[in-house]
Design a protein around this ligand. Structure first.
Ligand SMILES: Cc1ncc(COP(=O)(O)O)c(C=O)c1O
Length: 413
């Protein structure tokens, strides 16, 4: 395990040394995508410089090496998730595609008219729209667990929506707009009691917290590599073996077949049945370096650092009376995401002025429009942290927020 020394860690991330408009970059848009350490950039470069070949197709040495490297990362990903075998790991383009894969390959085969899918009112659009498309096609219904005023799930309301008609409960482990951490084990337990299949959207969870699909006993779990130091264009679907085997393919093409005849085809075994075409080989190899980097840091150290930072930022921001912070007030119920609005100033204006100070935040609906509507706002300013961020950077953001207040002459109403 490495000693957790943030200034040393920051040296691993070349982009963190950049200046933006003459100011030091303060990168607080990690919930959108994380920055990449040298180890990941070098793994990508090394792969293309030394190994580049297509996988599963050639008998030549490079193709075998590329295949071996990909399969090693599949096994590494299974260990990272505590999955029992690499065949449960399907590589996709991103978390969004992983959810669409389940909606298509599981939903189109097993869902019937009158069946229900339970979601929550805090889902990312990626965990809403694929189910809407499926439900429209199948004549099934979507239900949404309500959200309390503090941005947490209303568990009592949720329980009433889990009925014998519910076939799948798909929910986010950590909300991307407010940072609310859901009681994942409890939610999975409630679904299991009713014999309901589960899908955990772990896109915001896996970068920050230990993930254990065996302990959780979820049926599906999805995440994106790019939010956890890996390259863009790579996602993961974890699925229980029997379920994956029972599903029809998602996309058709090369690699996902066993035999192709003019009249019909037979399909490859899992996970290859769901991986049509050439995968993001370099991305998979580089993701291995990302997982290695995170495991050397350790989840406890990452969590401790991010919690300290979040607590500090919440304390500091809550001194600003004109600022409304969304989501749970107890720091233990939220991850390293702070969503806020400044009285009378549009979130985009706050984001734009912060940008002139070198502070990169996201402003808008964060692909969570139903949640924004629930809180009667069109959008928020979102600062999202990762383990390489510092208290000094929070102070820079705070000074920038005070500039916004001065500029817009913000007053407590
Ligand atoms: C909770 C959640 N789910 C799903 C996604 C979709 O991830 P991607 O765009 O990488 O597919 C995101 C991305 O922000 C997210 O935060």
């Amino acid at each position: 395990m490495l000693k957790f020394d943030v200034s040393k860690i920051r040296e691993d991330f070349p982009i963190l040394g950049r200046k933006i408009r003459g100011k030091n970059l303060v990168y607080f848009d990690n919930a959108s995508t994380s920055q990449k350490p040298k180890a990941v950039l070098e793994a990508l470069q090394r792969y293309y410089a030394e190994t580049n070949a297509n996988v599963h197709r050639g008998i030549h040495a490079l193709s075998q090496q590329a295949t071996d490297q990909c399969e090693a990362v599949r096994a590494q990903t299974a260990r990272f998730l505590h999955a029992s075998g690499p065949e449960q790991i399907v590589f996709t383009r991103n978390a969004t595609e992983a959810i669409n894969l389940v909606a298509y390959a599981w939903g189109r085969k097993f869902l019937k008219a009158g069946d229900e899918i339970l979601l929550t009112g805090m889902e990312h659009h990626s965990n809403i729209v694929p189910w809407q498309i499926l439900a429209q096609e199948k004549g099934s219904q979507l239900k949404f667990a309500p959200i309390l005023e503090d941005g947490c799930l209303d568990l009592e309301g949720l329980k009433t929506l889990l009925t014998p008609r519910t076939k799948l409960f798909a929910f986010t482990a950590m909300n991307n707009a407010f940072g609310t951490i859901n009681p994942v084990a409890e939610l999975l337990g409630l679904a299991r009691e009713q014999g309901v299949l589960t899908l955990v959207d772990a896109a915001q969870w896996t970068p920050h917290l230990r993930t254990d699909v065996a302990a959780w006993d979820c049926d599906f779990l999805v995440f994106s590599a790019h939010k956890m130091l890996g390259p863009t264009g790579l996602g993961v679907l974890y699925g229980k073996k029997k379920l994956l085997e029972s599903m029809d393919p998602f996309l058709g093409g090369g690699d996902m077949i066993r035999e192709v005849h003019l009249s019909h085809s037979t399909y490859n075994e899992i996970p290859y049945k769901f991986e049509a075409g050439t995968p993001h080989i370099g991305g998979i190899v580089a993701f291995g370096a990302a997982l290695e980097y995170l495991s050397r840091l350790g989840w406890e150290a990452i969590d401790r650092h991010e919690r300290g930072l979040t607590r500090y930022a919440m304390d500091a921001l809550s001194q600003e009376k004109e600022l409304r912070i969304y989501g749970p007030s107890q720091p233990e119920r939220r991850g390293g995401i702070l969503s806020f609005n400044l009285e009378g100033v549009h979130a985009h204006d706050v984001g734009t002025i912060l940008d002139t100070e070198g502070v990169a935040v996201r402003a808008g609906h964060h692909c969570c429009q139903p949640l924004m509507r629930r809180f009667k706002t069109s959008g928020t300013v979102r600062a999202s942290f990762y383990f390489y961020n510092t208290v000094d950077e929070v102070d820079v953001m705070l000074r920038a927020i005070r500039k916004v207040k001065e500029f817009f002459k913000v007053k407590v109403p």
